[in-house]
Design a protein around this ligand. Structure first.
Ligand code: BGC
Length: 484
């Protein structure tokens, strides 16, 4: 799939102000990010109430937390096929409807198994949306705003997590977990309303032979009357792509082994550094660090994790094109690793209770406060480095004709790793202690540092075509490796 097909429309429209359609597409991508983020964040505040109502085992609590990511992994894998067959717009609609149903099932679940079912359905919806919405936005947006649209997505994810924490905080005094989970239907319904009046992408219409619809859609996106040149460019790109019609075999072909290894490994490592263990289990971690009341835990989670995550993402948006990907990754993974070592050391000192239970120490201690500060550093470092940059790189390194499928593979790998971590976090704490787990995450920060240094080339300031040809050109690759 060639997301660059609409690039020429950017040239044709020059510095035109955003059309109404483009603003609407921006809203769609933001809502999809919010949906993703809200869902990642909300479970942290809901676990306590679920535990109280259903008396579930640690394993089942982990399943309730993590099976969203399992559903999302399957959703991400099938999303590309669905988006080609049904269209991008219909696929986003389908994802939102599924998501709304799943959220209702969660909110009304009479027992833990129905709750797990709801989590799977919600996850499937999130996974489909996590591939279809950026794809739709990338195909609708002219080149001049495409990069910003992709950053909007990551920003919206962090805002979604923050809003989820806020809802958790407001409801933390009551057993409000049903409302917390049910509220996630709101952005999904808004997404249906936002996508409904829009047309599909010009690129998809051309792909299915609906040139008139493609022309109408292009006019709305660009605000220009004459779009023949753009339409011809898209038609040419689609024809070229279908002449090289790719199956899965091409995605795994030897010449793309390096970018695929980079994409999948970075997607995996992003999760193995423990980000979602902290996003999901933040309240429990703060409880074990001495924050006694559910309100104080939610407050710490809201500001130390949620707000810092949003603010630091702006740093990445501002700096990633100026300083480059690798310097930010080096600084970020170093900061993450060191702060995790500190968190681990504090838990060694506290050695009170496991975050798997919400039993308490006597109150917020010095160790608890140091843990809080270290987690702030961890989140900030993640948010300006591994968080957004992994997604940037995944969307840059693949040649256009395998990009759709390759991005889906890397996205599914990311969901799979997220599942692994959230599924086994509490059990692992039981096995090797909280300290051991945080030090393990720290070790993966080190692995990420070395991997980026040895294997990942700098992509800043290089065109997608230059990146693509680099994989077959040892000199160009070596130059990009040195360019740190
Ligand atoms: C990751 C998510 C994570 C989020 C936190 C994203 O880049 O892929 O798994 O929850 O960042 O902000």
């Amino acid at each position: 799939m060639d997301h660059d097909a609409t690039t020429s429309s950017g040239a044709a429209t020059g510095r035109r102000p955003l059309t109404r359609t483009l603003v609407a597409v921006g809203i769609v991508i933001m809502l999809a990010g919010l949906l993703f983020g809200y869902d990642q964040g909300v479970i942290s505040g809901a676990l306590d109430g679920i535990q109280k109502d259903f008396h579930v085992s640690t394993f089942l609590l982990e399943v309730i937390t993590s099976w969203v990511t399992l559903g999302a992994m399957v959703g991400a894998l099938v999303a590309g096929g669905l988006a080609d067959r049904l269209g991008r717009r219909a696929t986003i609609l389908l994802a939102s409807v599924l998501f709304t149903i799943g959220a209702m099932v969660e909110a009304l679940a009479p027992g833990s198994y129905v709750l797990v079912l709801g989590r799977l359905v919600v996850g499937f919806g999130v996974g489909v949306a996590s591939v279809a919405a950026p794809l739709y936005a990338a195909e609708m947006a002219p080149a001049r705003v495409r990069g910003r649209f992709v950053s909007l997505y990551q920003l919206a994810i962090t805002i979604g997590i923050f809003v989820a924490y806020l809802v958790d905080y407001v409801l933390s005094h009551s057993s409000g977990w049903r409302v917390m989970l049910g509220v996630s239907a709101v952005p999904a319904v808004l997404l249906v309303l936002a996508v409904w009046p829009l047309s599909d992408s010009p690129r998809w219409y051309v792909q299915v032979g609906r040139r008139d619809d493609a022309e109408r859609s292009l006019r709305k996106v660009t605000g220009a009357r004459d779009v023949t040149e753009d339409l011809d460019a898209i038609q040419g790109a689609v024809a070229e792509d279908s002449s090289r019609a790719v199956g899965w075999r091409e995605v795994f072909a030897p010449q793309w082994r390096t970018p695929l290894t980079i994409g999948v490994t970075l997607a995996f490592l992003q999760q193995l550094t423990g980000i979602n263990a902290i996003i999901y289990y933040a309240n429990q971690i703060f409880a074990a660090a001495g924050f006694t009341s559910p309100q104080s835990q939610s407050l710490a989670t809201l500001w130390a994790i949620g707000a810092v995550n949003v603010v630091a993402t702006f740093v990445a948006v501002a700096w990633v094109d100026r300083f480059g990907r690798k310097p930010l990754l080096f600084i970020g993974t170093t900061g993450m690793g060191l702060s995790l070592v500190v968190v681990g050391a504090m838990f060694l000192k506290l050695s009170s209770v496991d975050p798997g239970t919400t039993a308490h120490t006597t109150g917020t201690t010095g160790e608890g406060l140091i843990t809080l500060v270290a987690l702030v550093v961890f989140i900030a470092c993640f948010a300006f480095s591994l968080g957004p940059i992994v997604w940037t790189i995944i969307n840059e390194i693949f040649p256009s004709h395998v990009r759709g499928k390759a991005v889906a593979v890397a996205t599914a790998a990311n969901w799979f790793a997220a599942w692994l971590v959230s599924q086994f976090f509490l059990s692992l704490v039981g096995l090797i202690t909280t300290t051991g787990v945080f030090w393990l995450f720290a070790a993966f920060c080190g692995v990420t540092f070395v991997f980026v240094r040895r294997v990942v080339p700098e992509t800043k300031g290089r065109s997608l075509e230059a990146i693509q040809s680099m994989w077959g050109d040892q000199d160009a690759l070596a130059a990009a490796m040195r360019d740190e």
